[in-house]
Design a protein around this ligand. Structure first.
Ligand code: NAP
Length: 421
């Protein structure tokens, strides 16, 4: 294990800041969630770098005023959601230890992001598939935010590429948290752990569990359902000294702090440019801004009464609503925004037929989501955590700006692709 030199420590003026008493008392697992038994192995080997001191704390508004030089460990720190979470934590004055697979790449990404308070960010290596990998990363941390998990719809080997890192990695992270006497773990789960094919006649709540996905059918969903179940099962079985809170976002969009294009923003890119969409199809997503997801994680850490799972989605939009937002912003003058309406019965029959000629994962996703508008009950997160959601329309447009900023739309304009329409 190698550790890069410590430059300096966080130096927030504790006394100058009103801090709430954060109750991290252990709670039993869930909201009456059914528990199964899972076992797994994972991780080893890490090294670290550390930077210097802090920035003034920021007010969180009604819920609390936070500032702390307490250490929070964020797994998968360069991920789309995790990087915004790191930004939120640093902004609130926390020290952050981020685990990544490639420290040099992560250092470059965070250097470019120029986050205020980045002197309090430390990066260490850890891999979900290496046993023991997270032990050192969690030493001294009061809270762990476990966001790392492969998020891809199309993979070669669903077991190896999705399920094993998600499931074994979660158990590894929880085991390391237990050994490090962490007080709370916030798990980035997903609506995929709630449902495989939404039921438009019923609002999804935190009591729902996805029991349909499998290695063959929506394996990413399967990986998230298995990982979250295993986490609650761990809590029941091990009764560790920490409490667990799960955040279950739906389709997370918004500005990325790094150049890589994650799966959910890729969907916005694809709608904007008609990539893979022959027209407007009968599909809908529950959107949430990545900055809200980041804040939800921090509130889940600091809110004493936070308990169980939290659906984290602002609003469900049909693809035709998404296209409307893009058109109202006149983006159809620059990009090939879908025009043909395939959302009726005939169009859906065509899309369903076409789904059998797609890559298996894409085809399955289409067949299990077509015509099934997900309705979500997000009252619990608003009530318990005091989260207010940003406008989804704004988030969509911010996503487009960000896609342009990182060059993900280069060569995708209507002009370069098809000539002016
Ligand atoms: N985006 C969404 O719409 C959405 C919705 C619901 C839930 N989620 C969940 O949110 C979390 C983050 O998603 P995201 O959208 O931010 O995706 P992302 O940008 O692809 O981030 C995934 C992160 O997981 C890390 N990771 C993957 N395999 C790993 C392994 N074997 N060992 C260590 N780290 C590994 C990646 O590290 P590298 O950088 O090294 O690849 C990356 O940091 C995931 O748990 C995902 O399931 C996302």
């Amino acid at each position: 294990m190698a550790r890069m030199p410590v430059v300096a420590r966080g130096c927030l003026a504790r006394a100058a800041v009103a801090r709430p008493t954060i109750d991290f008392t252990r709670r039993s697992a869930s909201d009456g969630i059914g528990l199964g038994t899972w076992s797994g192995v994972v991780g080893s080997g890490w090294w670290a770098s550390r930077g210097a001191h802090g920035t003034p704390p920021v007010s969180l508004g009604a819920t609390m005023t936070a500032a702390s030089d307490e250490l929070v460990c964020v797994t998968g720190a360069t991920g789309f959601i995790a990087a915004q979470l790191v930004r939120e934590l640093l902004g609130q004055g926390y020290r952050v230890r981020g685990t990544v697979r490639d420290v040099a790449r992560a250092q470059a990404a965070f250097a470019e992001a120029k986050l205020p308070g980045r002197e309090r960010l430390e990066l260490v290596t850890a891999d979900l598939t290496e046993p023991g990998s997270f032990d050192a990363a969690m030493r001294g941390a009061r809270c762990v935010m476990h966001t790392a998990s492969p998020y891809r719809i199309v993979v070669k080997d669903p077991r190896k590429d999705l399920v094993e890192p998600a499931l074994n990695g979660t158990l590894e992270v929880l085991g390391a948290a237990q050994r490090a006497a962490v007080k709370r773990v916030v798990l980035t789960s997903s609506v995929a752990a709630l449902t495989d094919e939404p039921d438009p006649t019923k609002k999804l709540t935190e009591a729902d569990w996805n029991t349909k996905s499998s290695l063959q059918r929506n394996p990413y969903y399967y990986s998230k359902a298995l990982a979250e179940r295993a986490a609650w099962d761990f809590m029941e079985r091990e009764k560790p000294g920490f409490s667990l809170v799960a955040i279950n976002p739906f389709m997370v969009i918004g500005p990325s702090l790094t150049a890589s294009l994650n799966q959910s923003n890729e969907v916005v890119r694809d709608v904007l440019t008609s990539k893979g969409f022959p027209g407007i199809i009968d599909i809908a997503w529950g959107f949430v801004d990545v900055r809200d997801v980041a804040l939800a994680h921090v509130l889940a850490m600091t809110t004493p009464k936070a308990r169980g799972r939290y659906i984290c989605a602002a609003q469900t939009l049909h693809m035709r609503d998404v296209v409307k937002v893009l058109k109202e912003a006149r983006l159809d003058q620059r990009y090939r925004v879908p025009k043909r309406d395939l959302s009726g019965a005939f169009g859906s029959a065509l899309v369903r037929l076409g789904s059998w000629f797609q890559l298996r994962a894409v085809g399955t996703y289409l067949r299990t989501n077509l015509g099934r508008r997900p309705e979500l009950d997000n009252r619990k997160i608003k009530r318990d955590l005091g989260l207010t959601f940003r406008s989804v329309e704004r988030a969509l447009l911010d996503t487009v700006n960000n896609l342009e900023r990182w060059g993900h739309l280069a060569g995708q304009t209507a002009v370069t692709q098809r000539g002016l329409r």
